[in-house]
Design a protein around this ligand. Sequence first.
Ligand code: PMP
Length: 422
Amino acid sequence: MGRQVTGMDQWADMYSQRATHLRESEIRALFAVVSRPEVVSLAGGMPNIKDLPIARLAESAKQLILSHGPQAMQYGSGQGWGPLREQIGNVMSYEGSNPNPDNVVISTGSQQALDYVTQIFINPGDVIVAEAPSYVGALGVFAAYQADVVHVPLDEDGLIPQALEETLADLKKVGKRVKFLYTVPNFHNPGGVTMSLERRPQIVEICRRHHVLVLEDNPYGLLGFHSEPIPSLHSLAPDTVIYLGSFSKMFAPGFRIGWAVAPPAIRQKLVLASESALLSPSMVGQMAISGYLSDYNWYGQVKAFQGMYEERCQAMMDALQEYLPDCTWTKPTGGFYTWVTVPEGIDTKEMLPRAVTGQVAYTSGTAFYADGQGRQNIRLSYCYPEPDVIREGVRRLSIVMNREKELVELFGPSPKTSPEKK
Ligand code: PMP
């Protein structure tokens, strides 16, 4: 399903070692198939932006170019536009942070900031400790820089402090250098869980004691279902946390604007990485986002998104209850995803082509681990389809899964799901 390379690749022996570590994500690989209209896709994580005020945004974009064209169409600073960096301080204040705009670096989506952070900290073989499971796009970056990813389990309250402590102690014993903990504390992708208030200071304190940075990736933080935003890890320890934020989910991904906040020395390196990668982030994108924040009730829009996603989440929860009673799943309080555990013996990666034939798509749990785990899990996203489509998707999934159970009964479990291969 990957992109086709036609003919022999005459440059095959010329690529860098790093290029051999570039991976196509299981989600992007699925894209062509799940885009077919007859398939209900519960696979992707596209934000549902149909209710954005498109006519007003068009008018603002026109005004921006008419009144500030020469600046908007020009190069800017590698660190990002000052007024937007100030406004980001206000956005982050909702989660208790008060960053100095000097320490904010604008990036092309938070995905690029993930790349910068990994680039400036990771030598091949360095360890990144990451939640089990973890965001597939982060794992792709970590693989590209040849990091050794060590997973630490999550439960309903997020990353488990005791397990983190033990993992860091074990790694120290065998002389492994851990550079940072990668965590998505709010409305986890793909886990659908949120780190409890109680655990937050514990996680930060454990990392501080082990001299390990925390990379807090928080694109969904404002999308709790009508709950108050939760204090970020950054608000607890700005000296040891690198924070990544994004406008992709609280507004829209189209302008591709995200940001990083880091202590000054790290911020300097991030600016160098930005200058080297792209000279400067898009001025027109930054100015458009800045206008959206200043001229529009952006937080009112966030509230509207919360209600819309909550309704879809509820549709997903109801459908799972009705159609997949022998699975278990997480109960999100915000965000886009739930993490489903299927009955033993079913291999979700092997089942996927049969699900697509049954006109439903999901992402196999294997996409979210660096070490081959996840065959008994799937990530279902409820962000994009309408509630009745979500319901239909889960119904189709139940048909596929029931057939799969029959196969397991007849022929035994898939060898790859046996405990020693997990
Ligand atoms: N982190 C997480 C956890 C995500 O889910 C995503 C997008 N799916 C990103 C980072 C990247 O988002 P963007 O580059 O659009 O800001």
